[in-house]
Design a protein around this ligand. Sequence first.
Ligand SMILES: *[C@@H]1O[C@H](CO)[C@@H](O)[C@H](O)[C@H]1NC(C)=O
Ligand SMILES: *[C@@H]1O[C@H](CO)[C@@H](O)[C@H](O)[C@H]1NC(C)=O
Ligand SMILES: *[C@@H]1O[C@H](CO)[C@@H](O)[C@H](O)[C@H]1NC(C)=O
Ligand SMILES: *[C@@H]1O[C@H](CO)[C@@H](O)[C@H](O)[C@H]1NC(C)=O
Ligand SMILES: *[C@@H]1O[C@H](CO)[C@@H](O)[C@H](O)[C@H]1NC(C)=O
Ligand SMILES: *[C@@H]1O[C@H](CO)[C@@H](O)[C@H](O)[C@H]1NC(C)=O
Length: 523
Amino acid sequence: MHICYKLKHLLALAHLASALTVTIPAVVPSGAPVISPSLLSLSLEQDRWPDWSGATSRNDFFFNTLDNLNQITGQPPHIRIGANSEDHTDFNPNVQFAQAIFPAASATVPYPEATNITVGNSYYLTARFLPPGTHVTWGVNFGQNNITAAFLEARSISDAFNSPALKSAGIVLDFIEIGNEPDLYRNNGLRSSSYNSTQYTQEWIRFAENVSVAAGISATSHTKFIGASFAGSSHGAGFSPQAIFSAGILDSAPGKLMSTISQHRYSGSFCSGSEGLLQDLMTKATIRGNLSTFSPDIAATRQRGLDYVLGETNSYACHGAPGVSNSAGAALWTLDYVLFAPQIGISRVFFHEGVGFKYNLIQPATLTRSTLDGSSLPAPLPPHVQPQYYAAIVAAEAIGSTGSSQAVELSVDDPTVSGYAFFEGGKLVRALFINLKAFLASSATRGVVHVSLGFAETSTRASNITIKRLAIEHADDTSGLTWGGQTYETSNGRKSGTLMTSTGSIQSGFDIHDTEAVLVTFH
Ligand SMILES: *[C@@H]1O[C@H](CO)[C@@H](O)[C@H](O)[C@H]1NC(C)=O
Ligand SMILES: *[C@@H]1O[C@H](CO)[C@@H](O)[C@H](O)[C@H]1NC(C)=O
Ligand SMILES: *[C@@H]1O[C@H](CO)[C@@H](O)[C@H](O)[C@H]1NC(C)=O
Ligand SMILES: *[C@@H]1O[C@H](CO)[C@@H](O)[C@H](O)[C@H]1NC(C)=O
Ligand SMILES: *[C@@H]1O[C@H](CO)[C@@H](O)[C@H](O)[C@H]1NC(C)=O
Ligand SMILES: *[C@@H]1O[C@H](CO)[C@@H](O)[C@H](O)[C@H]1NC(C)=O
């Protein structure tokens, strides 16, 4: 019986096993980008911001999920707060925290953004509940074309970040963003249908002149403006960084206070998921395609001496496609997507989150409706992490804690496997491999690739490796992942379980299964 089983297993492997040799540089190639410890950062829909931070006391669950990352890299993720509801926010000093009006939930959008939100000073002050040392970007209302709203919000944001509580915690305001996705205003009624980048630039300058005074943004302040925050790019006359540069935005007085350009990206918009869609998301070529679309914008931005980030992104619009964005496969998509970004000049990637959105890394609050179809849940669902959160943890461990590691993408001759090598002090320390082939609950057999490691240089290299696996039962699972045998699916967001890794020699290489990520540490 036993032999028979083994034979069958071997036969199956013979069909599904393949072999790859990947050449890794033992010393860092010139031009390898430095990877920020907070490469994977978060963008939060601001209508329910106090649900994330906590209103009168800290939301320990959210704090713990951010602090886990801080403990690994030495830096918590950067947090951008704003997005769609940023352009629907009024300020009233008499409001405590926030008052929001939400449209009715639907099956496709179980947790819609507020149409109207009014905030007061205490709303911004809850940023004191973020981990010490957190860097924040906050958006002000530009959509309503009401400079008073932008002015009052900017002043209150500035007051909050100058308060003793935030100052002593080292929680700093990196940027104010004026308006979310203004390139869509001509489609969503916030401006006329002929609104163009010239008009936008003139309006932005007028608002930014006011906001810079209200928020104390100057040549010597830490806080600067983050520019564009466009939903897309048309690489020319439309709303692109190039278009606003040629309209003179950087030549204006407040434009000189803009140090970073942000653009947004979703890989598509699908409001009902399918298994086919999951493999589409988990595709090495389209991950590269979706990011490389910004290459001309990145080049134009860097040529002006500005930094470039993806200020809001995630898998599919509609807050994610059910069965796709909330699945384990999306964790592998996130990992490959976030690590590829700096290879083309993107410094930081802010994954968008809203309470109850399907594509969240973190659900910070108790939910009573299904995120997938809006139906009432049989029992309230406490705060929890979703599969994508593991991508943040794995990326953090790959990047490490030096604050100055560098990474290059490895040339992997397989359309479903990607790889990255990480260097500290110029020396190879780790490599991460991601097998994007979707192994679904309905799939028959699981493929495996044997990876042999080759070195360009023969001298001075490690001889042994430690292997740590992101184990996923099926790409379409929505829970049950483990990282080195440990889970983050706990009531407090802290890891639990015993760490499991394996060691071997470099010569023997390692196996990577369909729907798996493997971190290799060299020593
Ligand atoms: C709030 O809603 C009212 C009516 O629905 C609308 O006229 C107003 O512009 C909204 N304000 C904001 C800030 O969205
Ligand atoms: C402009 O913004 C202020 C502050 O948010 C608000 O009180 C006022 O109602 C707004 N005006 C209009 C016309 O929406
Ligand atoms: C900014 O706008 C507000 C509201 O209209 C106004 O009270 C304030 O004086 C303006 N500040 C500057 C510097 O223009
Ligand atoms: C935008 O519209 C204005 C006024 O209609 C026009 O003068 C300007 O050239 C347009 N800008 C672009 C980039 O098309
Ligand atoms: C972006 O990814 C989706 C799949 O998630 C794919 O259908 C689309 O073609 C990609 N876009 C580009 C420009 O590569
Ligand atoms: C590699 O592993 C072998 C066998 O366990 C051990 O003898 C050797 O010392 C290790 N080498 C290094 C550099 O850790």
